[in-house]
Unconditional design. Structure first.
Length: 319
């Protein structure tokens, strides 16, 4: 992976991940056939891309290099990433640009709502970069976005994927008060891998965040996900499941970590599909209402269909 240095223009290009430029390359094994996907080129993909660009929006589909972008955008399903395209943290797995973000765009909530309307989304997923530079971590911006979507598209169900709001007192309460239908916060990996994979976060803070959502509003579905292939052990994954269930989390996703560049954390192992099936079965026995576990599972992949099944599972469990 090369780092391009611009010696021509007046304003040199800034590396996407300046904190990783001087790291040695981390080599991953070749990708197996079961996680290869086709390049996106459909009409639906192009239409979705145009709507996103017309409204000046950022999507995590593009910024994180999601392998499912072709499939989702062909169906006009996009996950909007609010509060800019630059994250204040530098996780070892993530391809989102790092650095000091710009000021918030106060019109962004309305733009997200308008794009939701134009795409005809029955279920929308909204995520964000980490904004440790803001006093509330962007909580009020999340709440405004939820309210704007409700006003423009009252029938659309709303799923949010939030940062951890670490050391941001009152931030979680602000977001929960806006009443999203699904509150997602990803653990990303097992506790033993946090220092090398997610150094800016704290595992038990994230568990507590998810638990607090249920304490504040038990009607909101909670969701979390991890990646495998980062050097974790099976028993550690099972412990994460237990920790999430102790926090009453409803929905678990498990997907394969894919290395964005050679400067990011290496893939330690490609987990075969049958192991994902085994993890899914174990997770259901632990009491999750919904589990999605496969090499290409991502937090917002098939989110609308999964939400319908999640509601049905809750209704069945309450009978």
């Amino acid at each position: 992976m090369a780092v391009i240095i611009d010696t021509v223009s007046a304003t040199p290009l800034r590396p996407r991940h300046p904190e990783k430029v001087n790291r040695p390359d981390a080599l991953s094994p070749a990708k197996p056939d079961w996680i290869r996907v086709r390049a996106p080129n459909s009409r639906g993909y192009a239409d979705t891309r145009n709507i996103v660009k017309e409204n000046g929006l950022v999507t995590v589909c593009e910024e994180a290099g999601c392998p499912n972008i072709g499939e989702c955008w062909d169906k006009k399903h996009a996950t909007f990433m609010i509060m800019g395209d630059t994250c204040t943290r530098a996780c070892a797995f993530c391809n989102v640009k790092t650095g000091m973000p710009d000021a918030l765009d106060v019109s962004e909530p309305e733009h997200v709502a308008e794009a939701t309307f134009k795409l005809g989304l029955a279920h929308i997923v909204v995520t964000s970069v980490d904004r440790d530079d803001l006093a509330d971590g962007g909580a009020e911006h999340f709440a405004r976005t939820i309210r704007a979507i409700r006003a423009r598209c009252p029938q659309t169900t709303i799923e949010i994927l939030t940062p951890d709001f670490l050391r941001k007192d009152g931030a979680l309460e602000t977001v929960v008060a806006a009443k999203p239908d699904v509150f997602n916060h990803n653990l990303e990996t097992v506790p033993s891998r946090y220092l090398s994979v997610r150094p800016g976060a704290r595992y038990f803070h994230s568990i507590r965040l998810l638990q607090r959502v249920k304490e504040i509003d038990p009607t909101i579905f909670t969701k979390s996900g991890i990646m495998v292939g980062l050097g974790e052990e099976r028993h550690e994954v099972l412990q994460v499941m237990d920790d999430l269930r102790s926090a009453e989390v409803d929905f678990l996703t498990v997907g394969q970590y894919l290395q964005p560049t050679r400067k990011h954390h290496a893939v330690m192992r490609y987990v075969p599909p049958d192991e994902f099936k085994g993890l899914e079965k174990v997770a259901y026995t632990k009491g999750f209402l919904m589990v999605s576990a496969s090499p290409l599972t991502r937090s917002s992949h098939h989110a609308g269909e999964d939400f319908a099944r999640l509601k049905a599972a809750r209704a069945a469990a309450s009978r």
